[in-house]
Ligand binder design. Structure first.
Ligand code: HEM
Length: 371
């Protein structure tokens, strides 16, 4: 029984070692007033508390009524390492619920970056669930349970399923997952076991200019990024490595030996070893001035059929977390604009969200301090 505790200061699913399966589901909130919105968050809290703990599936009793549970996990619902992380978009703070004054200061609608081809049907949302578990059927069961319980409160807006290799997931973060361009992805992430560091870059804390209810939450950027894998697979190895600035097999920075070796850009001012437009160099120039843009990435691969023009539709569900959206994701993405990788990738959807603070115990519910 692998249980990820639901109650706590912060929500699960952020510093939790990545499980093998994930789903991002964005919803439009159909609640029409604050009382309905409160009912929604109470319901979500109850469902997540149950699903992440597991137990016997509610028995089928009356054959004239729909079963209480979809049944897709059988009679026993195993916790299966499930986490369901709830975040809210800026549209939840429009004039519907009277929450305008309580919007997290940096929460905004995602706007287009130069290399984006955003599809409106795969962007934004009032609410986002990041559902992760060891197996895909647990993830789907959780989604079906929540949708079944909230027909008058939530409408699905967009949805994407992602995965990382099972052996990487089982290593509990020790082995870095490999993305669909064939590179280890997540190597240079900050250490999630370092609590002071997490307080400094990940969680909203009391010393930030944010509404009090937002403390212990964080900002989330989600991006659906399609890869041109056909073209990538015909690109020379040397060029692929120069684009990222890392060795494909070992994951080491170019010119170094080991995956976790740290490049010293001051010794390579002209980009002779790691090009100036390499992904890792632009994303994190490792200078004092750019320290404030550190973030925690928790990406997953996706593979979803074929595009209208007959190409493989696969890529990355990029998800990152930070205490300040502008200093984190937006600043880093601006630095990445024009990077060598752009030729091979195209962001098509996603959005910006604020992850609600955790729920202390069974007497409390999600978003309670906001409502
Ligand atoms: C590092 C892949 C998009 C931010 C990396 C690495 C890879 C990678 C292979 C090196 C290993 C590692 O440290 O994880 C990709 C791919 C993307 C993508 C395929 C698809 C377009 C993004 C975006 C951002 C971002 C959109 C943020 C705006 C970072 C950061 C690092 C990194 C901060 C760590 C750099 C360091 O500290 O050395 N990425 N990435 N990446 N990426 Fe990305």
């Amino acid at each position: 029984r692998q249980v990820q505790p639901f109650y706590g200061q912060h929500q699960a699913g952020i510093i939790t070692p990545q499980q093998a399966s994930m789903m991002l589901v964005a919803f439009d909130v159909l609640a029409s007033d604050k009382a309905d919105l409160t009912r929604l968050f109470q319901l979500l809290t109850a469902r997540i508390a149950f699903l992440t703990t597991g137990g016997p599936a509610p028995a089928v009793s009356n054959p004239k009524l729909p079963p209480m549970d979809s049944g897709i996990l059988g009679a026993e619902i195993a916790p299966d390492n499930l986490t369901i992380t709830v975040s809210v978009g800026e549209t939840l703070f429009d004039d519907r619920f009277g929450l305008q004054a309580l919007k997290p200061k940096k929460l905004q609608s995602m706007t287009r970056f130069p290399n984006d081809s955003l599809d409106a049907a795969q962007c934004h949302g009032d609410l986002l669930l990041q559902i992760c578990a060891n197996t895909q059927d647990t993830v789907i069961h959780a989604l079906r349970d929540i949708v079944k319980h909230t027909p008058d409160l939530l409408g699905v807006r967009w949805r994407r399923e992602g995965f990382i290799a099972d052996h990487a997931a089982r290593s509990q973060g020790k082995e870095t997952p490999i993305n669909l361009l064939g590179f280890k992805d997540g190597t240079a992430n900050p250490d999630t076991a370092d609590k002071p560091l997490m307080d400094q870059l990940l969680w909203v804390t009391a010393d930030q200019d944010e509404p009090a209810w937002a403390r212990n939450g964080c900002y989330q950027a989600a991006r659906i990024i399609r890869f041109r894998v056909e073209m990538w697979d015909r690109t020379p190895l040397g060029e692929q490595q120069a684009i990222f600035g890392r060795d494909k097999l070992s994951g080491a920075p170019l010119g170094m030996q080991h995956e976790h070796d740290v490049p010293d850009y001051a010794q390579d001012p002209n980009g002779d070893v790691i090009a100036l437009d390499a992904h890792i160099r632009l994303a994190n120039p490792r200078t004092r001035e750019t320290e404030s843009s550190l973030m925690l990435r928790r990406g997953y691969s996706y593979s979803a059929g074929t595009t209208a023009s007959g190409q493989l539709d696969m890529g990355l569900l990029f998800v990152c977390y930070q205490h300040d959206l502008e200093k984190g994701f937006i600043t880093v993405q601006k630095r990445l604009n024009g990077e060598a990788l752009e030729e091979y990738v195209r962001p098509i959807g996603g959005g910006y969200f604020f992850v609600l603070p955790g729920v202390a115990d069974a007497n409390h519910y999600l978003a309670q301090p906001l409502l």
